[in-house]
Design a protein around this ligand. Structure first.
Ligand code: ADP
Ligand code: ZN
Length: 522
């Protein structure tokens, strides 16, 4: 019975003739009363999975979502399709919404996690009587302390499990590493859930990265790139890591008379909402924002997502860049990074409450840095991080796959650096071994007798920055490994580096090719 009625419901309410991959199986599992975990890329159609069952069963679907603006948008869109939808939150002014909800008058009822936890059990038991077909938790990674968006209120949702026995729970997220997935299942107390992990590959997105040096020269370049996007009426988001950067980029755009909006946490709600709305309505095409802008922006035709500065984790980069090209049309994800960004780990760690959390934050930040610097296929790197294997070593749609970037054999330099790091004991940061290579006779070096190391002074022809750039490449290629202990970052030679070092003497190394980045060429 379910087959035809699933398809006809899809057609009747949404106008689509077929389900996208995974949707049908998920809807089917929910109809059978089974808990589900849905991990699928942004734009793959997760919402439909919880929107269809209530229309078939004629019972309410309760959807927990962290963002009021997102709920408002969704409710509006559903109402236009003649679906009875409403949301409950502190911002809800309609006094009838709650009583209607309790009487099961809505097909889809959105609420914030705070609201869900505050509603009395009498509300839930009445709704149970009238009929509730599922409880969905959108952006479910917010439940995990390992996630990049942890929210305390999500943690309390497990209470609802005990009230809503026999109601299928559905956790949905676009971003989850194995650890986060496990956490969602545990925290929502999902019972042998039907798990769907869709591909994370966004085929229409072109990925590229470039290093830059802070200053007005680069800012001018950036503004000229953005004004080209604006001139072509291509919607573009520029993500900055700080409010100060947002304001600076925005001011530069204003100076160049490029129409744009701005969005960050220190602006008034009203100003933010006005800009948001105008951006969605194509009144202008450029939005300069911190990551506060985003969860839930439902604009399918964003053509460029530009990051001005290295993001705090690869998970958040994936999510932010994923807002690009949701309509499937080829779009660009460009990341500008500067090495000084890489020192921000401590800042990001300020949220950490335990040593494990600190390590998790540092690890995902390190992954973002590696993504910036990797010289092989970026799509392979990105998907690999989420545990997915891309079928080919080159995707053909990232800068590293398309550019004819020169690579040169740096076996000798790499040998010097790695051997020196090893000779110094492998538990220092990068500065000390580089100082040794460059022949420093600082007190620290003399005290440790590092001036006696055979490599002392052999690298003095190159600047400290040059050696750091080489180290970055060796880290990206897994020859060197960075480890974090509290606030200290140390560097050691990894397994691959050891194999290289022991393979033969320095003049007869197997070639070690390094991309000739601007820092290394200069
Ligand atoms: P997600 O929540 O995974 O980011 P959405 O649910 O917002 O994705 O869906 C993204 C877009 O795909 C929406 O515009 C939606 O209307 C469209 N979509 C979803 N399912 C289908 C389908 N079966 N056929 C055609 N379009 C679909
Ligand atoms: Zn590639």
């Amino acid at each position: 019975m379910q087959g035809p009625s699933m398809e006809s419901t899809l057609k009747k309410f949404f106008g689509f003739s077929t389900f996208r991959p995974y949707q049908k199986e998920i809807v089917d599992s929910i109809l059978q009363g089974r808990d589900c975990l849905v991990v699928m890329a942004t734009g793959s159609g997760k919402s439909l999975c919880y929107q269809v069952p209530p229309l078939i069963l004629n019972k309410t679907a309760v959807v927990i979502s962290p963002l009021i603006s997102l709920m408002q948008d969704q409710v509006m869109a559903l109402k236009e399709r003649d679906i009875r939808a409403e949301y409950l939150s502190s911002a809800q002014n309609d006094p009838n919404a709650l009583t209607n909800a309790e009487r099961g008058l809505y097909d889809i009822l959105y609420m914030t996690p705070e609201k869900a936890c505050m509603l009395p059990s009498s509300f839930w038991s009445r709704l149970l009587d009238y009929g509730i077909c599922l409880l969905a938790v959108d952006e479910a990674h917010c439940i995990s302390e390992w996630g990049h968006n942890f929210r305390v209120e999500f943690k309390q949702l497990d209470k609802l499990r005990d009230v809503l026995l026999n109601v299928p729970f559905v956790g949905l997220t676009a971003t989850a590493t194995g650890k986060v997935r496990d956490d969602i299942v545990k925290s929502l107390k999902l019972q042998s859930p039907y798990i769907t992990i869709g591909s994370f590959d966004r085929q229409n997105l072109f990925y590229s990265c470039q290093s830059f040096v802070r200053g007005s020269a680069f800012l001018n370049e950036l503004v000229s790139e953005i004004s080209t996007c604006a001139a072509k009426t291509e919607s573009t988001i520029i993500y900055c890591t700080t409010v100060k950067d947002v304001e600076e980029v925005f001011a530069s755009l204003m100076e160049s008379r490029v129409q744009a909006g701005m969005y960050h946490g220190q602006m008034s709600n009203k100003a933010r909402e006005d800009y948001h709305r105008s951006f969605i309505r194509d009144e202008f095409y450029i939005m300069v924002a911190t990551i506060a802008f985003g969860m839930g922006i439902d604009k399918p035709d964003i053509r460029h997502v530009i990051h001005y500065g290295c993001p705090k984790s690869l998970e958040s980069y994936y999510q932010e860049s994923g807002r690009c090209g949701r309509d499937g049309i080829p779009s660009n994800c460009r990341l500008y990074y500067t090495r000084s960004d890489f020192g921000k780990g401590d800042f990001y760690c300020s949220e950490a409450r335990t040593a494990d959390q600190r390590e998790a934050i540092m690890d995902s930040f390190a992954a973002a840095q590696r993504y910036c610097m990797v010289t092989t296929c970026r799509r392979n790197f990105l998907l690999g991080y989420f545990g997915e294997t891309y079928p080919s070593s080159r995707c053909g749609t990232c800068d590293n796959c398309t550019s004819s970037k020169k690579e040169i054999d740096m076996s000798r330099e790499a040998f010097l650096l790695m051997a020196c790091i090893q000779s110094c004991g492998g538990h220092w940061g990068l500065n000390l071994p580089i100082d040794v290579l460059r022949g420093s006779r600082s007190k620290k070096i003399l005290d440790a007798r590092f001036d006696k190391i055979p490599f002392h002074g052999l690298g003095k022809d190159m600047s400290a920055n040059w050696w750091k750039a080489l180290a970055s490449q060796l880290i990206a290629q897994d020859y060197l490994v960075e480890t974090f202990k509290d606030i200290y970052k140390s560097i050691r030679v990894g397994t691959k580096g050891n194999q290289f070092l022991t393979s033969c003497n320095p003049d007869y190394q197997p070639p070690l090719y390094i991309a000739l980045t601007p820092e290394l060429a200069g």
